[in-house]
Write a protein that binds this ligand. Structure first.
Ligand SMILES: [Zn+2]
Length: 332
């Protein structure tokens, strides 16, 4: 992992400047709340801030005992709370982890003279954990800074939000996402495509990459392009092949298909390329545009939404696909 420093954060210049000013002017609040979509760098920013606080400088020096500890994830005065999955349930922050954090906070600092607690995905705190945190925020013990990270303020108790200074993080420009992907070794062409699909989230782009998202998108595109000429025999074959997929994969395929339809509608309204999900496909989609009227596209998008809804039921996948494909042909 790169050494924690401000220059490893992509984008969010205003937020970085604000945090650095707080450090410089020694007006860092007791509790901060970073709000914004997932995968845009809030946690990384929180870690850099933690390193700076423990290092005692506006920019973490990177080589003192405190910096090294945070970089290695072994600093005795730094505590990170993240959601944990127990069994098959969705990951949440449990009261037990909150309690061990409180024990740490109640003792005096071991090494840095102060402590930092970072709570990631704070919206996943269960009620007991949230109430317990609230008590700690109400009665701060010693020199401790809390950094809470959440998707939205509304996802947390008002009483917790009111004790934090909020800082909103916006989505990243596609160019910034692409640059980060390239730094991680993804080829420029692929990085550009992933970035345009990821809606400003590095995390989403990386997940897409890991899941082979572009392959699914290309399948959805090939199907869309084949629709004007599609024969019934091909339709059965297609449904039989996709009927073997797992339901989650079909759901993702349908999401891509829906995004492609939406892009065609954007092009119809003489749309600005910036609004397209699939900017790299602009030329091909524009060429294909005359194949369907706007009204047909709206009807197909409605069928796709209905199909996606029905995918949640346990009806035989192949039958669902056949039904969906036939309704799409009826839209022609
Ligand atoms: Zn340092």
């Amino acid at each position: 992992m790169e050494k924690l420093n401000w220059d490893i954060i992509a984008g969010h210049e205003a937020q970085q400047a604000e945090l650095r000013a707080m450090l410089r002017e020694r007006r860092l609040p007791h509790a901060l709340l970073f709000v914004g979509e997932k995968g845009i760098g809030k946690k990384l920013c929180g870690r850099v801030l933690a390193a700076a606080i423990l290092c005692g400088q506006e920019s973490p020096c990177g080589h003192c005992e405190n910096c090294r500890g945070v970089n290695l994830g072994s600093h005795p005065d730094y505590f990170e709370l993240v959601p944990e999955a127990k069994g098959k349930a969705a990951p949440i922050i449990h009261i037990e982890e909150m309690r061990s954090m409180q024990v740490m906070v109640s003792r005096s600092a071991v090494q840095a003279g102060r402590r930092v607690v970072l709570i990631d995905d704070a919206e996943t705190m269960n009620e007991a954990a949230a109430n317990s945190l609230l008590k700690t925020l109400e009665e701060p013990a010693g020199d401790v800074t809390f950094i809470l990270i959440a998707r939205a303020r509304s996802a947390l108790l008002d009483t917790i939000v009111s004790r934090c200074i909020p800082l909103s993080f916006g989505m990243l420009p596609a160019e910034t996402v692409a640059a980060v992907l390239q730094k991680q070794g993804i080829a420029p062409d692929m990085a550009g495509k992933l970035a345009s699909l990821a809606d400003g989230s590095i995390g989403r782009a990386l997940k897409l990459h890991a899941d082979g998202g572009l392959e699914l998108r290309d399948k959805a595109l090939a199907f869309l392009l084949s629709l004007p000429e599609l024969q019934l025999t091909q339709l059965w074959q297609e449904a039989a092949a996709m009927g073997e997929w797992d339901r989650q994969r079909v759901t993702e395929w349908a999401a891509y298909f829906n995004m492609l339809l939406r892009d065609l509608l954007v092009l119809y309204s003489a749309g600005d390329s910036q609004l397209l999900y699939h900017r790299d496909l602009r030329g091909r989609l524009a060429e294909f545009l005359p194949a369907f009227t706007q009204r047909q596209l709206f009807a197909m998008a409605a069928e796709t939404r209905e199909f996606t809804r029905r995918l949640q039921s346990n009806v035989n996948l192949r039958l669902q696909l056949e039904g969906f494909f036939i309704r799409l042909l009826d839209c022609r």
